[in-house]
Design a protein. Structure first.
Length: 135
């Protein structure tokens, strides 16, 4: 994973934010895929994903617009981190409240360091507590 400093940025090319997020959630490239079909939230967020449809505590996928997302499940709740805009790859938001923070997780390829540290800690905890199964 990239070093986390106060001014961490991701080079502004198409897939660098996705690569960064993948390095946190799916470093081995083997997370199970959550197929959400043609569903979409009213606001463009992913608030519709339910814990009952997640068969693993960490999953990944793409929505009907082709935006990438990563989900984590704990305590009957789901939090989804997703590429906010199709045309701008350097903005990642979240839907859910397992890890609370303000603003976007990544905005304009600038990493929200405090939020990212919380996310990394939670993902690490999920992996070690549940020995995340992969496909």
């Amino acid at each position: 994973m990239a070093a986390t400093t106060a001014a961490s940025t991701i080079p502004a090319t198409t897939n660098n934010a996705l690569k960064y997020m993948s390095s946190i959630f799916d470093p081995k490239g083997d997370l199970p895929v959550l197929d959400i079909g043609q569903r979409a939230g009213e606001t463009g967020y992913f608030e519709f994903i339910q814990a009952s449809e997640m068969t693993y505590p960490l999953m990944k996928g793409q929505d009907l617009f082709g935006r990438h997302f990563f989900c984590m499940k704990a305590h009957g709740q789901v939090q989804t981190f997703f590429q906010r805009f199709m045309q701008f790859h350097g903005c990642w938001a979240d839907s859910g409240s397992l890890v609370q923070f303000t603003d976007y997780l990544i905005d304009g390829n600038i990493i929200n360091q405090k939020a990212m540290e919380k996310v990394v800690a939670f993902v690490t905890k999920l992996r070690s507590a549940s020995a995340v199964q992969t496909k």
